[in-house]
Design a protein around this ligand. Structure first.
Ligand code: HEC
Ligand code: HEC
Ligand code: HEC
Ligand code: HEC
Length: 327
């Protein structure tokens, strides 16, 4: 009897011991995994912590959180956006985002010759006047477009200011053509787009919440919330929306009452003409309203700076400017 009791308590002890042992092992494994993950994310953070200085960068723009932050709660919207050309609008130049076969590319136009060179995953172009010798190679740092036409951007040595490469790549035809032959330009303009065009103009419609940040002379320090045309380009900044919806009670309340959520812009519930400008901020012809524009204001659907731009219908483009709202 006593012996069997002893065996039972010994067994209990072993079971208890083994449970604590397993628990201990589990805790050690969890701590190790967490430290590895922390190390990895710290390394990523540190890698991102030194952004390149020769091109525009994605950075923290007040209130903007980027599309990754929307994904968990709106997987369907995320998936349909992810499959769109809006997402792939602007890319950092990599072998994947650049047109194919650029390693040995040589092009000539308007009395100048251009020669590409690959170093690891980076591409460079050197230029010379016909018969002269090649100048310093300039790195290709950014790409506009992935759909019909791709435009390449070169570093300039002037901070984040970009210079347009004078050829575009026509995706369907798999061929390079001078930009003056692919962009609609006045017939006598040979090279209309020059240094700084991306920072001063293209970024207004080709990224999410781009900020030009003019420094001086030809120098810009341009930064954007996201290189693609992402959620917050059409829905305005999302930080407050996400912070408030972390609260599950709020989430369910809005979800069940089908009430509109005022912390985010839904273009479907805007009134015209502001509704049209959720898309028309890019898909239309406009100019800054010089009386209202202070150089810093950036359009945000239903949030900001509606009156700092003049929208013009094509019919009135040649005539006098019309204030926003009188489309
Ligand atoms: C007013 C807004 C606006 C500005 C400014 C603007 N674009 Fe665009 N761009 C658009 C829109 C909208 C489209 C899409 C047109 C379409 O597909 O019907 C487009 C399309 C393009 C495409 C084709 C993209 C692809 O994937 O095929 C390229 C390349 C391009 N733009 C380059 C530029 C460059 C270079 C500049 C500056 C010199 C510029 N854009 C300035 C609005 C703009
Ligand atoms: C090019 C502009 C644009 C982009 C980019 C965009 N949306 Fe939308 N979104 C809209 C418009 C317009 C509506 C309203 C559609 C309607 O109901 O008519 C909408 C509606 C929604 C709604 C309301 C519910 C629904 O499905 O109608 C959610 C949620 C939403 N978008 C989330 C997102 C998220 C998340 C992203 C990024 C991953 C995103 N959207 C990117 C334009 C955009
Ligand atoms: C923590 C969860 C969460 C995250 C993250 C989140 N949302 Fe939402 N969002 C909600 C909830 C909850 C609603 C209420 C409607 C519903 O559940 O259908 C909502 C509604 C919306 C609507 C419709 C608003 C209306 O009143 O019609 C849009 C547009 C939207 N979200 C865009 C975004 C965008 C853009 C992001 C990223 C910047 C984002 N959401 C991130 C939870 C979230
Ligand atoms: C931040 C600027 C911006 C906003 C806002 C925007 N777009 Fe675009 N859109 C573009 C640019 C630039 C392209 C060219 C992308 C490409 O083709 O690679 C484009 C492409 C498109 C295309 C593809 C055209 C084609 O040739 O296949 C459609 C359709 C479109 N947009 C519709 C919309 C609608 C609808 C909205 C509003 C709900 C909207 N866009 C809001 C800039 C914008």
């Amino acid at each position: 009897m006593r012996a069997s009791l002893l065996i039972i308590s010994a067994l209990k002890f072993v079971r208890k011991l083994s449970r604590t042992w397993w628990q201990g092992l589990f805790i050690i494994a969890a701590v190790a995994a967490a430290s590895v993950l922390t190390l990895i994310s710290l390394r990523d953070f540190q890698r991102e912590g030194v952004p390149p200085e020769n091109r525009p960068i994605q950075s923290q723009i007040a209130g903007y959180v980027s599309s990754n932050a929307c994904r968990a709660c709106h997987p369907g919207n995320y998936a349909s956006w992810h499959a769109s050309f809006h997402r792939t609008m602007t890319h950092v130049a990599t072998p994947q985002s650049l047109p194919p076969d650029m390693d040995k590319l040589e092009l000539a136009f308007n009395g100048r010759e251009y020669k590409a060179e690959r170093r690891g995953d980076k591409f460079f172009f050197s230029m010379r006047s016909e018969g002269g010798s090649y100048g310093e190679p300039q790195q290709v740092v950014l790409v506009t477009g992935s759909h019909n036409l791709q435009i390449l951007w070169l570093e300039t040595g002037e901070g984040r200011t970009l210079q347009q490469f004078p050829f575009g790549y026509i995706v369907a035809e798999k061929m390079w053509a001078p930009v003056s032959e692919t962009f609609l330009l006045p017939p006598n303009a040979k090279e209309y787009y020059s240094t700084g065009a991306w920072n001063g103009a293209c970024m207004d419609c080709h990224v999410t919440q781009g900020q030009s940040r003019f420094v001086s002379g030809f120098k810009w320090d341009s930064q954007v919330a996201e290189f693609g045309i992402a959620c917050e380009a059409c829905h305005s900044e999302g930080r407050e929306h996400i912070e408030r919806n972390r609260n599950p009670f709020r989430r369910f309340k809005i979800h069940l009452t089908t009430k509109s959520d005022p912390t985010v812009t839904n273009p479907a519930s805007l009134k015209g003409p502001e509704a049209g400008l959720a898309c028309g901020q890019c898909h239309s012809v406009w100019a800054f309203n010089v009386q209202r524009h202070d150089g810093q204001d950036r359009f945000q659907p239903a949030r900001c700076c509606f009156s700092s731009r003049c929208w013009r219908s094509l019919a009135t483009f040649r005539g006098s400017t019309q204030r926003a709202g009188s489309l």
